[in-house]
Structure formats: C-alpha cells, structure tokens
Design a binder for this molecule. Structure first.
Ligand code: MLT
Length: 263
C-alpha cells in the first residue's frame, strides 16, 4: 500500500487502475480502506480508484485527540494533489459521507459526481455527542475487541453472514484504540450538513441498505429529495455496510452510475 508524508503525518492509501477517470472511496467508522477491496476490483479496469485510510484507522499515522472531518478532508485533498488528480467522483459510506460533505464545502470543483452510501446529513444531538465521548473513553480502556463486539451488531443486518462479521472484525482490528477514540470525538464535532444538500450541483446517487438501522432508508430518502436531481438505490439483504453485505447489488447500483459520469 503506498504511503505519503502529508500534513505532518503518514497517510496510507490504495491507488488502483490507470484510467483517466478517477474515483475516490471514503470508508466507514471504525474501518479502513480495506472495506472497499471488492469495489476497487470492480472499478479498476475502467477507473483509477483511490481509497485512503483516515488517521488512526487502518495504517495511517498519528491520531490527534479528535480526527475531525476538516482534518480528513484536508488529508484527502493532499493525497489527490500528491497524485495530481484534479477531478474525482467521490463515494463515501457513513463516516465517509460526513467527510464527503466537508470536502464538498471546501472544494466543490473537485467533484465529477457523488455517491452517498448509508449516511446522513444531520449533526449529532447533545445526547449523541455524549455517547460518542463515552464510547471513546471505553475504547481507550477496553480496546478494539470491545469495539468490534459493540459495533458489529449495529453495522450489519440482523443475523449477519458470519464471514462478513469476521471480515469486519479483522478491519476494526487494523486500527488503534487511540485512533478509534479520536474518530469518535471528531465525528461528534461535525457540523450539520443539511444546508449543504441543496447546494450539491454534481450528479449524485444515494445508496442505502434496506436493513440499515444506523442510517435508515427513510433518512436516505429525505437526503435524496433534498439534493437536486439525486437518485436513490435501495440494497436488499443489507444493513449499514451495504457494500460488504450485498456487494453484487451495491455494485449494480454504483458502477453504472460512475461509468456514465463525464470525465
Ligand atoms: C459509520 O459507519 O461510519 C458510523 O456508524 C458513523 C457514525 O458513527 O455516525
């Protein structure tokens, strides 16, 4: 996996395919770019596909006290500049969606298109913020095994495929407790992105797992209606991590959308 020293730390990323049309994949919490392996394989023949590990998750270095969406958006911009990519289609799942909103506010001209998967625009409630702080503290105390036990039932559909649950546990184990805690604290500080939705001017697809309990389909329907011209795809037999739980249906929705985007 390539690594670049950018913004004062090491950012690890995947860079596959050599086509001119670039696609950037932004991962969920508390995973890393490895969650996109199957989609990278599906896309790399016709696109250049870049996927980064956020600080403290996967292989990337130094997690500050809070990894805010601003910090990640600037890391993403630095990686794209490092790779000399000027325009890109961005697909973000859950936390990756939060990063996509921040990136859009900072650099709308970068976007050829946008895929928002299993995510939401609203900021946390005060109660939600307090829960994230508690989660961060318990992570530092109990470690990543506890994080997996806590998160997997929420990330996957009821009665999940054991192979998918194992893969998610493996992805979570690649992070660090400090990185996971910092990501939780960073998400708690994210602003409300609802006012951003009407301003999104690139082609947009919203994807949601039909059994997503964390960011339910009703939330995605609202989001798709608020983005001019956005389309919505519902993925059957999938929870929050729709790309891992039903990759065939997920790719059947995402790949043709990306294929048709202008360069
Ligand atoms: C994710 O999947 O990225 C997280 O569930 C997002 C969150 O905790 O809000």
């Amino acid at each position: 996996m390539p690594v670049a020293h950018l913004n004062g730390t090491e950012i690890h990323f995947r860079d596959a395919g050599s086509a001119k049309d670039a696609v950037l994949l932004l991962h969920a919490f508390p995973l890393n770019s490895g969650m996109w392996s199957r989609q990278i394989a599906a896309l790399e023949k016709r696109h250049r596909v870049v996927a980064i590990d956020y600080r403290g998750l996967g292989k990337s270095g130094v997690a500050p006290e809070a990894t805010t969406m601003d910090v990640i958006a600037e890391d993403v911009r630095a990686v794209l500049a490092h790779l000399r990519i000027e325009r890109v289609a961005v697909a973000g799942l859950s936390m990756g969606g939060y990063v996509s909103f921040e990136l859009y506010r900072r650099a709308p001209a970068l976007f050829r298109g946008l895929v928002l998967c299993d995510t939401k625009a609203a900021a946390d409630t005060e109660e939600g913020k307090a829960m994230r702080e508690q989660f961060a503290r318990t992570t530092l105390e109990k470690g990543l095994g506890w994080v997996s036990d806590e998160m997997i039932p929420k990330l996957l559909k009821p009665s999940p495929d054991p192979a998918v649950a194992k893969e998610v546990r493996h992805l979570i184990a690649a992070g660090t407790p400090a990185g996971v805690a910092a990501a939780q604290r960073g998400m708690a500080r994210r602003p409300d992105s609802t006012p951003t939705l009407a301003k999104i001017a690139c082609p947009t697809l919203v994807i949601v797992g039909e059994q997503d309990g964390l960011t339910p389909p009703a939330e995605s329907e609202k989001m798709a209606k608020a983005i001019p011209g956005a389309k919505l795809a519902r993925i059957p037999k999938a929870g929050h991590l729709a790309n891992l739980e039903n990759p065939d249906a997920f790719e059947a929705a995402m790949v043709p959308f990306l294929d048709k985007l202008p360069a």
